[in-house]
Write a protein that binds this ligand. Structure first.
Ligand code: AMP
Length: 453
């Protein structure tokens, strides 16, 4: 293993899956190695090689690595090993920003922990509180939660004592979790769990503020182990990144053309857009054009979100249209193409979106639809990823041939959204919040709480 240190004392390594080191050498027990074999995982990835030994030794850990590099197993494996030595519930709490990610993490824990009869429990919003309370009362070994719903349980039921003994706290997608949005909820959770515990922070996009957390601990013996994959480029080398430059008013015909084109027509694809309304409009329009697809956004109920994701994962439909609720961490190895229908304002979101393809050493394509309004955004992204996108060549005449068909489908979709009063309940919620001033009050409270800490 080639480790070196930079100014943060961070271990550096360049390749993700290039090691001949074994899981055994990292200190993992045979039953875990068998579980990995059953998943066809033979050699540890870089983040696993770096983080598993210090976590097993009881160190806190801050881990940064490109998305798809085996982060989940890097924390799940040592937690499971420690749990098997002293099993009780609740042993570990894993926090993650999105509900879908919580289910995904739970899946990995379940598969890896099968032989020790692991009991895990997912606690996320949008699903029945009662059945979650019941599961929590059975003291699962690992709780995987989104912060808001966990706080609902802390406030409304007798779950706090179950959390008072946890040995591990994991913050997955830590950069997002440590943003203002979750500050108030995290403060409540930190007040509930024991101070003496191992804390593991993982993120695909390392920030200065996360790195500074290591300085909070003054005792050098208690400083966290920090690992960051060495790379000037924050997207993987197996990802090919392209753009098409077109006028903004004809994005839908170009999108349809791309999805029907010979090179891309069979590819499992996620289309990202900025708003729920756009995602739904595109879904109805593409269905109208006989392109089987499904969607994932926050206007849908949690059941609909899980069903939709299930259909896409099972390859019943090949196109998923998502907002940024689907941009982080989702691990669907079959995804071959990511299309950015809208260019994200924040380059970090771009990195997360395109990270849905080219996972665990596989190839993938990212294609961004760029209009006259997006030039600066794309330049910012290219600076951030330290890479220039290439132009994806399109035969314009072919696109124009289908203009009428597509504008008809778009009209049908617009009418459908109008007739079904799309987004009305969300608007009512928003108005309620602005009347009560909930959002701003929440931020003020959260800032105060963190200052106090
Ligand atoms: P993650 O970064 O946790 O989202 O993991 C991405 C994918 O990599 C998952 O499908 C894992 O099953 C897979 N994976 C995890 N560890 C390894 C490994 N050591 N070798 C190959 N694939 C892995």
């Amino acid at each position: 293993m080639t480790l070196s240190n930079n100014k943060y004392g961070i271990s550096l390594e360049s390749e993700e899956f290039n090691s001949l080191k074994t899981f055994e050498e990292l200190g993992l027990n045979p039953w875990l190695i068998d579980a990995l074999k059953a998943m066809s995982i033979k050699f540890p990835s870089a983040i696993q090689r770096a983080c598993i030994p210090p976590i097993l030794k009881g160190k806190d850990c801050i881990g940064g690595a490109k998305t798809g590099s085996g982060k989940t197993a890097a924390f799940a494996l040592p937690i499971l090993q420690k749990l098997s030595e002293d099993p009780f519930g609740v042993f570990a709490l894993v926090l993650t920003p999105t509900r879908e990610l919580a289910f995904q993490i739970a899946d990995q824990f379940r598969v890896l922990g099968k032989s020790i009869n692991l009991k895990e429990c997912v606690v996320v919003g949008g699903l029945d509180m009662m059945s979650q309370s019941l599961q929590l009362s059975r003291k699962p070994h690992v709780v995987i939660a989104t912060p808001g719903r966990l706080v609902d349980h802390i406030n409304s039921s007798a779950i706090a004592p179950c959390l008072s003994r946890i040995r591990f706290l994991v913050l997955d997608e830590a950069d997002r979790l440590l943003s203002d949005t979750f500050a108030e909820d995290l403060a409540t959770i930190f007040d509930t769990i024991p101070k003496k515990r191992q804390t593991l922070l993982f993120t695909a996009t390392m920030t200065e503020s996360i790195l500074q957390l290591q300085d909070v601990q003054e005792d050098p013996g208690k400083k966290p182990f920090v690992y960051q994959m060495k790379s000037d480029i924050s997207t993987v080398s197996t990802l090919s990144q392209f753009y098409v430059f077109i006028p903004s008013h004809i994005r839908e015909p170009y999108l349809t053309h791309l999805l029907r084109s010979e090179e891309l027509t069979n590819k499992s694809t996620i289309i990202f857009c900025g708003r729920c309304r756009t995602a739904e409009l595109l879904r109805v329009m593409l269905v109208e054009l006989d392109i089987r697809c499904t969607s994932l956004h926050s206007t849908m109920s949690q059941k609909e979100r899980l069903n939709s994701l299930g259909k896409f994962k099972a390859e019943i439909v090949r196109v998923l249209i998502a907002t940024d609720v689907g941009s982080r961490g989702l691990d669907i190895p079959t995804v071959q193409l990511v299309i950015n229908f809208d260019i994200p304002r924040d380059p970090t979101d771009y990195i997360h979106r395109v990270g849905r393809t080219a996972r665990a050493g596989r190839g993938g394509i990212a294609l961004s639809i760029v209009t006259e309004r997006d030039i600066e955004l794309v330049q910012n992204i290219e600076t951030r990823i330290n890479k220039k996108m290439e132009e994806w060549k399109i035969n314009e005449n072919k696109v124009l041939e289908s203009l009428n068909e597509i504008s008809t489908a778009k009209r049908v979709a617009t009418m459908h959204l109008h007739d079904t009063n799309f987004g009305a309940s969300k608007e009512i919620q928003k108005k309620k919040h602005s009347i009560l001033g909930t959002e701003s009050t929440k931020n003020v409270i959260s800032k105060k709480k963190f200052k106090k800490k």
